[in-house]
Design a binder for this molecule. Structure first.
Ligand code: SAM
Length: 434
């Protein structure tokens, strides 16, 4: 569950607190602040974000209470499925999912090969129904700051690979902190992803300063820096970072070896496992549509993601990028992404699945469709406009011309239409009259 409305601490057992959201209880890790029973807190992904003053919490809760249950009703109505209309084979799969039986590989493959529009509709509806059952209407909305497009790596798919001749930028430490401060103070973000190419100009000392200062703002910090050393990640954990977004990209050793010089799939997986052991919340996943990829690989990708036990699944389509060796790759279909979201939801019903910008770039309307096919998380790019277009990991990236206020408004409007509570944003973002 990814609520970031205020919760009340009901019980504390060692470093775990039981917190309450309008009668729903959740467990969170409370190792960052001094917390006692009766305090009001924000939490994300099972981790305390920060304590808030009771007066402030009560006021926010009053506002939320008025709309929260209304939104829930909309979400429940949209997530209803009419099982009478389901074909027997799909009904069988649904029963297995409801009984929490593990789907067989052949069943996953047959779901992935569905092409019939009516069957696809049913597939997405079932996934949405499970999403609603597991998460209620809570939706995480994290901010992302793309703070440098310098990169030491030569990934064949990536538009900021070191060989590509593009205008490079690197934000200074104060700039990164100021952007995070705005995101919290003006827009109420509770979690921020700090993403860059693999840029060693940011040494441990610089990264620690950034993390410590942003942590003081009361934000959950996701690092998305690529393959930095375990030692660096351990230091950043000590400085207050609590989450890492790092994809393994593909579970197929051969495809990985062809597209990712300078590292191995095993090294990437080992790093993800170590980060989890360090206590980091993990967001991981893969790209869809890499050269040589078969449906079996996509199922393996979903299963590897599950095996790594992340808090959040992140996968999206390859968008072929000019000036990269993969520029001529055909784009995959939106439905392949939606099917993958649904199957991920079936095999790991309680996970968070993020709608990626790459999917929005593939097709604008896909954001809404993904949320109705099992996805429950979103990211909003809070990178200032002058840098956004330079962080060109692929061409025509969705949203680069949109002002931050507008992209927040669009996201919140969409979530409200779907009955979702965009609980990661502050009250400032709830449309008046909602
Ligand atoms: N350097 C960090 C790393 O390697 O994890 C973070 C930045 S990297 C650009 C973030 C992600 O962008 C990669 O994990 C990859 O999956 C995705 N990506 C890169 N090029 C892409 C493309 N052309 N289409 C879609 N996704 C792409």
């Amino acid at each position: 569950m990814c609520y970031a409305i205020p919760a009340k601490v009901k019980k504390i057992i060692d470093k775990i607190a039981i917190i309450d959201y309008f009668g729903e209880e959740r467990k969170i890790l409370i190792d960052l602040d001094d917390i006692k029973v009766g305090d009001y807190v924000y939490a994300q992904g099972g981790v305390l974000v920060r304590k808030i003053l009771p007066e402030e919490a009560i006021e926010i809760l009053k506002h939320w209470q008025e709309i929260f249950f209304e939104l829930k009703k909309t979400d429940e109505a949209l997530a209803k499925i009419d099982t009478d209309k389901l074909p027997p084979n799909v009904l069988g799969v649904l029963q297995n999912i409801n009984l929490k039986k593990t789907l067989k590989r052949e069943e996953m493959l047959s779901l992935l090969s569905i092409e019939n529009k009516n069957e696809l509709k049913v597939l997405y509806e079932i996934a949405n129904n499970i999403r609603q059952r597991e998460h209620g209407n809570a939706s995480c909305v994290h901010g992302i700051i793309e703070f440098s497009n310098y990169c030491d790596q030569s990934c064949y798919y990536c538009g900021i690979r070191k060989e590509k001749n593009i205008q490079r930028y690197r934000m200074n430490i104060d700039e990164v902190i100021a952007i995070a401060k705005n995101a919290v103070e003006l827009y109420g973000f509770k979690a921020i992803v700090l993403q860059s190419g693999e840029d060693l100009w940011y040494d441990d000392e610089k990264l620690i300063t950034i993390v410590k200062e942003i942590r003081k703002l009361g934000l959950l910090i996701f690092l998305s820096l690529g393959q930095r050393s375990k030692d660096t990640y351990a230091k950043l954990y000590a400085a207050g970072a609590r989450a890492v977004l790092i994809r393994f990209e593909t579970s197929n050793q051969d495809i990985f070896a062809k597209l990712r010089p300078g590292t191995t799939l095993n090294a990437r997986i080992e790093l993800i496992k170590s980060l989890k052991e360090m206590g980091y919340i993990i967001a991981t996943g893969f790209m869809l549509g890499l050269p040589g990829e078969m449906n079996e690989d996509i199922i393996n990708n979903i299963l590897l993601t599950k095996y790594l036990a992340p808090d959040m699944y992140t996968f999206g389509p390859l968008i072929p990028s000019l000036g990269t060796p993969l520029v001529k790759m055909p784009k995959i279909t939106k439905d392949l992404v939606l099917k993958t979201i649904s199957i991920a939801r079936f095999i790991d019903s309680n996970c968070n699945i993020v709608v990626t910008t790459a999917l929005e770039t593939l097709e604008e309307s896909a954001k809404k469709e993904a949320l109705l096919a099992g996805a429950n998380s979103m990211m909003i790019n809070v990178t200032p406009k002058q840098y956004k277009s330079l962080y060109s990991i692929y061409d025509n990236k969705s949203g680069i011309d949109v002002e931050l206020e507008n992209s927040i408004k669009e996201t919140v409007d969409l979530l409200f239409k779907l009955g979702r509570a965009p609980t990661d944003l502050g009250l400032c973002c709830i449309p008046s009259g909602a």
